[in-house]
Design a protein around this ligand. Structure first.
Ligand code: GAF
Length: 370
């Protein structure tokens, strides 16, 4: 079978998913494509077209290996096995158009695409939310990033022309139309991928947990930062310590921004939506401290460009892309403006992507070979 698994953007709600808060992602027209079939052998053969590299292993219990891309796939196999589902030999070739390390969730797309394919080939009938959780666990256990659910959810639940707000606690979600005649989503790829991204990511998660432990002692109903209010966080500043206090403040404020942003979207007020995006960036830069100079330069430049409603860093941080909402008739001048600013201020080339919002993981073609 041939499967398409898209990458994602996130309009707002960053580092809120693992705090049981709200996110507002969408699947985009950059994807990983897979050809997957059961081979009738006892060997799992994985081939990365982009790396021109083959990895094979016995179809027994699988372990992490030293090849990063293979671990995303093996992690998914292991999740099926952990659920008591035997995975026989299969062949998988994959490659795609999601730039690696750009914060567009290529790893989640790899995980979700294979999870979807194996589910179909093995007739396990897992629902999409279960596949999302399975793919997330693959990332935890084989890529060792303690990610939230947003990226896997977006890849599996995307709908064309819509963004989706996920409540990461109840797992309820709601689609909001995104009118591309009013604004286009343009990504500016900083080209930076800091090696500390995953260790800092896991550290942020721990810091949030420390914050919850303190707040829970005083306010027993606080089970996650989703439950805390700003006055409660402020009242415990000394006990939290400055760093943890700032992490908590950011998350509480960001959750409120997602709620406000959805109202602005419904009201068609893109300027107000954009203000939430700029505020999100400021929080990520100053309080959560996951931005970097390159991303800050790109957001500051966007703020000066005509026709931009809002801009911010997107995803885990420490590199990757900024997301920009731009008036459709200003997209070309925006790209020229950003490219020049990045070159002038940092001497760096800039890649940009004008994206459209598409549907989630699906099958492109099902071929039975006899
Ligand atoms: C990464 C993670 F994988 C997501 O779960 C999310 O936490 C995001 O960073 C930050 O919002 O993409």
């Amino acid at each position: 079978m041939v499967v398409r698994a898209p990458g994602r953007v996130n309009l707002i709600g960053e580092h809120t998913d693992y705090n049981q808060g709200f996110v507002l992602p969408a699947a985009i027209d950059k994807a990983i494509y897979f050809a997957v079939g059961l081979s009738g052998t006892s060997i799992i053969r994985l081939y990365s077209h982009d790396n021109q590299q083959l990895y094979t292993t016995e179809a027994g219990p699988v372990e992490p290996c030293t090849i990063l891309w293979a671990n995303y796939l093996l992690g998914v196999v292991a999740q099926f096995q952990q659920r008591g589902i035997a995975v026989p030999g299969f062949d998988c070739v994959f490659g795609g158009s999601i730039p690696m390390g750009a914060g567009l969730s290529s790893s989640a797309a790899v995980e979700c695409g294979l999870a979807y394919a194996l589910d179909a080939l093995l007739h396990t009938n897992l629902d999409r939310m279960t596949l999302a959780h399975l793919a997330q666990k693959a990332e935890h256990e084989f890529a060792l990033v303690q990610c939230g659910l947003m990226d896997q959810f977006a890849s599996l639940f995307g709908q064309a022309g819509q963004v989706v707000r996920l409540d990461c606690r109840s797992l309820q979600y709601e689609y909001f139309p995104f009118d591309t005649r009013a604004a286009q989503v343009v990504l500016c790829n900083s080209g930076v991928k800091h090696s500390l991204a995953s260790s800092e990511y896991n550290l942020r998660r721990q810091e949030c947990e420390q914050g919850v432990a303190v707040l829970h002692r005083h306010y027993p109903h606080v089970q996650s930062l989703r439950d805390a209010t700003l006055p409660q966080v402020q009242a415990r500043w000394a006990e939290l310590g400055d760093v943890v206090y700032r992490r908590c403040r950011y998350v509480v404020e960001e959750n409120a921004r997602v709620e406000a942003a959805c109202q602005h979207l419904l009201a068609g007020d893109l300027r107000a939506f954009g203000r939430e995006m700029y505020a999100s960036h400021a929080g990520l830069r100053d309080d959560y401290q996951v931005s970097c100079r390159e991303l800050d330069v790109l957001v500051a430049a966007a703020q000066q460009a005509p026709g931009v409603f809002g801009a911010r860093m997107m995803g885990g941080g420490f590199g990757g892309c900024t997301i920009n909402l731009v008036a459709p008739d200003q997209v070309d001048s925006f790209i020229a403006h950003q490219t020049a600013a990045y070159q002038q201020q940092l001497g760096l080339p800039l890649e940009t992507y004008q994206t459209t919002i598409v549907s989630g993981v699906d099958t492109l073609e099902l071929v039975a070979l006899h």
